[in-house]
Write a protein that binds this ligand. Structure first.
Ligand code: G16
Ligand code: MG
Length: 217
């Protein structure tokens, strides 16, 4: 019986945070808001709308809904200009090997992301064909740490939650996986992601023995 392997996008498969940062910075600069790399960390795994509110909060800027809607569109258009230039070499180290191993061993693979741009990004970096299901920011009403995105992914794959494994780089994503009663695997700083059941700095540290253990669990 196959297991469901569910991947977050930003910070797990690709580092799109740097493009989000550049696009948000243009909006922030125009509004006179100091928006640093450290501030950008607060936006990881957070929805687009919530990200704008956080940035406006940093500068104590109040804005009308009309202005906010306009900035959200501008930000995304700018972000997409970076995305169209993404290349296959922007896939994070070890990811393709893990996807290929799971595929070769008959496992089910899904994406569980907050991004509304998930499909074009997966296509751009050439891994879209690995995914049996994609659940992204267009499909869910409750953001991580709510488990909705991962539960929906497992459901689409026809695999029970307790036979599902989640790879995540954000604290809220690990909490969502735990709330779904799935195996949570933190990718990144183990201290930050200490709520995860397993921790790795990146996918190069995940060997086939470990993957096989997950498959046999
Ligand atoms: C990603 C990023 C967030 C971004 C969100 C929405 O989440 O980490 O910074 O705000 O997607 O992205 P978009 O503006 O493309 O809809 P994830 O869940 O893939 O880590
Ligand atoms: Mg992420």
């Amino acid at each position: 019986n196959p297991k469901a392997f569910i991947f977050d996008l930003d910070g797990v498969i690709v580092d799109t945070a740097k493009y989000h940062y550049l696009a948000w910075q243009k909006i922030a600069n125009r509004l006179g808001i100091d928006f640093t790399h450290e501030h950008n960390e607060l936006l990881k795994g957070v929805s687009r709308i919530r990200s704008l509110d956080i940035i406006l909060g940093l500068g104590n800027v109040e804005a009308s809904q009309e202005d906010k809607d306009k900035w959200l569109v501008e930000k995304n258009e700018d972000y997409l200009n970076y995305i169209v230039n993404m290349k296959e070499d922007e896939i994070l180290p070890g990811v393709v090997r893990v996807l290929q191993y799971l595929k070769d061993n008959g496992q089910k693979i899904a994406l569980g992301s907050a991004s509304k741009n998930a499909r074009p990004i997966l296509e751009k970096v050439g891994v879209l064909h690995f995914f049996d299901a994609i659940v992204d920011g267009n499909d869910v009403t409750n953001a991580k740490p709510d488990p909705e995105v991962f539960l929906r992914a497992a459901q689409l794959l026809g695999i029970p939650a307790d036979k599902s494994i989640v790879f995540e780089d954000a604290v809220a994503g690990i909490q969502a996986a735990n709330a779904a009663k799935m195996v949570s695997i933190g990718i990144g700083d183990a201290t930050t992601l200490n709520e995860a059941q397993y921790n790795f700095n990146d996918f190069t540290e995940i060997n086939t023995d470990f993957l096989q253990t997950l498959v046999n669990k």
